[in-house]
Design a protein around this ligand. Structure first.
Ligand code: ZN
Length: 243
């Protein structure tokens, strides 16, 4: 089975559309959360997600806040400002749809899915090998797919040496999966690994491979839409630079 794994779309419809087109035919789509926040098109993104067949979609911290399940004050400055706007513009029907989605973890075959980390699904960032190491004890499957950090990467646990390493991943180079890994497909709508192209991954459950991918989209057009929506200028600047 060919699975499209996406995360952190952040209301960037142009980036989502580019990734879906680039991925081509897939059997299932797994989304690790954060449909909204930061970007100009929260309704278009949620509506697109609602059209995807065989979708498993978790909620992220921004999603939970916008549907009233977490105070907006939990977020700082620019993030809060965009959530205040999204809370107003999101249609009742799209919010209702989001309320039907799970916000913790999902286990699908050999993979555990979570937005942040298995021990703290909504808030913890797995950015270094120490945090990854502590989290390897919190899932029972071979692999855990995480988002939230917006960084396309992989952490590997060497069970014999009891050591965790942060491994480099390259677009279009398939990774042969083995026990035990934490994999991040990167962010569709706001990459933070200095590569502004939309990031996602293709997981092949039969070949047991994970292929990180990047795809270009029209960033200038999205920047204009961010400005037109009255969203913080910072969100326009960062998507062109990947931070
Ligand atoms: Zn996010």
């Amino acid at each position: 089975m060919r699975v499209l794994v996406i995360s952190d779309i952040h209301a960037n419809y142009a980036a989502l559309e580019a990734a879906l087109k680039d991925a081509g035919e897939v059997d299932e789509t797994w989304c690790l959360g954060d449909l909204v926040g930061y970007g100009p098109d929260p309704n278009a993104v949620v509506e697109k997600m609602r059209e995807i067949n065989n979708l498993t979609c978790l909620l992220g911290n921004h999603d939970v806040a916008v549907i009233g399940q977490m105070p907006l004050e939990t977020f700082n400055g620019g993030a809060r400002r965009s959530l205040e706007i999204h809370e107003k513009v999101l249609s009742a029907s799209n919010k209702e749809y989001m309320r039907t989605l799970p916000s913790k973890t999902a286990v699908l075959g050999e993979a555990t899915l979570v937005h942040g980390s298995p021990r703290n699904p909504l808030w913890e960032y797995i950015l270094n090998s120490l945090t990854a190491r502590l989290n390897f004890e919190h899932f029972d499957t071979s692999w855990c797919f995480v988002g939230h950090s917006h960084i396309q990467c992989m952490f590997a646990l060497d069970e014999e040496q009891d050591r965790v390493s942060l491994e480099k991943v390259k677009p279009d180079v398939p990774i042969k999966l083995h026990r035990k890994l934490i994999l991040n497909p990167g962010s569709i709508g706001q990459p933070r690994d200095r590569d502004p192209r939309a990031a996602y991954a293709i997981y092949d459950t039969t070949a047991r491979t994970w292929t990180p991918r990047r795809v270009s989209y029209n960033i200038t057009e999205v920047q204009q839409r961010i400005r037109a929506a009255g969203l913080p200028e910072k969100h326009a600047v960062r998507i062109a630079e990947g931070w």
